[in-house]
Design a protein around this ligand. Structure first.
Ligand code: AHR
Length: 331
């Protein structure tokens, strides 16, 4: 009787043990499946961390990947094109479903993108564009209309000149990374817009590489060269503007009053400085491109058609407006 009871207890014990082992094995298998067969694997090469804009852009892409269940391989190229090319090659070797990258400059991508095309991996440009004569290397470009940003900056300056009754303005430009899309197109949009206005004189254009430290260096040089004989600073991003402002003050001028300051990006810090009166106009360039990227990557994986170019809607903020109710910018 006791032996019989022992036998059935033993059976129950082993049955529970096998059930537990089975559950563990299936759980592990399911985990394996999630790790090795993600629904969508996206390789993204970010160009660097040079600005609040860039950090905001990376953070948004990471957040949206998580929300959309996309497995993201994000690599930071530290502002070197060769690092971006190496990252794209790693994504190809890893056989990701879709490759995305923010090209630091426009030229020099044909070889690596031809390799991606041969491997059958679609490529999305995020933020900046490339210059190529080859067909079919890129499936979609998601990024700002940088030319329109330059136009908005120029149009603001024309209105400001009217308001102040100026018959001549001496303008300096602090431009972004040489040969990059925002540098080329913001400059073109601004210059085309003011070209026919005889009051506008661009006295010098210097390159600040989108960096705060370089913005400061450029402005120091300009203040030493022209003294306070500068009426307008057109800076291609907030970071360089924020570097330039203290140099104007050190030289004895009041930014926003003695010198009209125009910036691009619209990050929180620049908006706060605009509200404080030291910047006159900030043209928006939104880094929040993550959701469009996820939607487009999913469509490409599913073999669906996508739009060739997607521009976010952008506006500007200026001393012509009441900005007291402006929600936090998020970057
Ligand atoms: O390409 C977008 C530009 O790059 C942003 O204006 C700038 O802040 C960033 O570094």
């Amino acid at each position: 009787m006791i032996a019989k009871k022992f036998q059935s207890l033993k059976r129950i014990f082993f049955m529970s043990l096998s059930a537990a082992a089975f559950l563990m094995i299936t759980a592990c298998a399911a985990k394996e499946e999630v790790q090795h067969n993600p629904e969508l694997l996206l390789g993204f090469s970010q160009l660097g961390t040079e600005s609040a804009w860039r950090s905001g852009n990376s953070a948004d892409i990471e957040k949206k990947a998580e929300e959309n269940g996309v497995s993201l391989m994000l690599e930071n190229a530290n502002r070197k094109q060769e690092n971006q090319i190496a990252a794209i090659r790693r994504f190809i070797a890893y056989q990701v479903d879709v490759i995305a990258f923010s090209p630091i400059v426009e030229e020099g991508w044909d070889n690596v993108l031809s390799e991606a095309k041969e491997a059958g991996i679609p490529v999305i440009l995020v933020d900046r564009d490339i210059n190529t004569k080859k067909e079919g290397l890129i499936s979609c470009h998601i990024g700002a209309d940088f030319y329109s940003e330059g136009v908005m900056a120029g149009e603001y300056l024309i209105r400001k000149a009217d308001e102040l009754g100026k018959d001549s303005l001496r303008i300096v430009e602090i431009s972004g990374t040489e040969d990059s899309t925002p540098m080329r197109q913001r400059q073109a949009g601004f210059m085309d817009t003011i070209a026919d206005d005889e009051r506008m004189n661009v006295i010098e254009s210097v390159n600040g590489d989108f960096l705060k430290s370089r913005g400061a260096e450029c402005m120091r040089y300009l203040m030493e060269k022209y003294g306070t004989d500068i009426d307008v600073v057109f800076s291609h991003n907030d970071e360089m503007t924020l570097g330039a402002l203290p140099e104007i003050e050190k030289a004895g001028a009041v930014p926003g009053e003695d010198i009209i300051i125009i910036s691009i990006d619209g990050g929180q810090e620049a908006i706060d400085v605009l509200k404080a009166g030291k910047i006159n106009c900030v043209v928006e360039c939104t880094p929040m491109l993550g959701q469009e990227l996820m939607d487009t990557a999913k469509k490409l994986k599913a073999g669906e058609e996508v739009e060739a170019v997607i521009h976010p809607v952008e506006k500007y903020f200026s001393d012509e407006m009441d900005l007291s109710g402006l929600p936090p910018r998020g970057y």
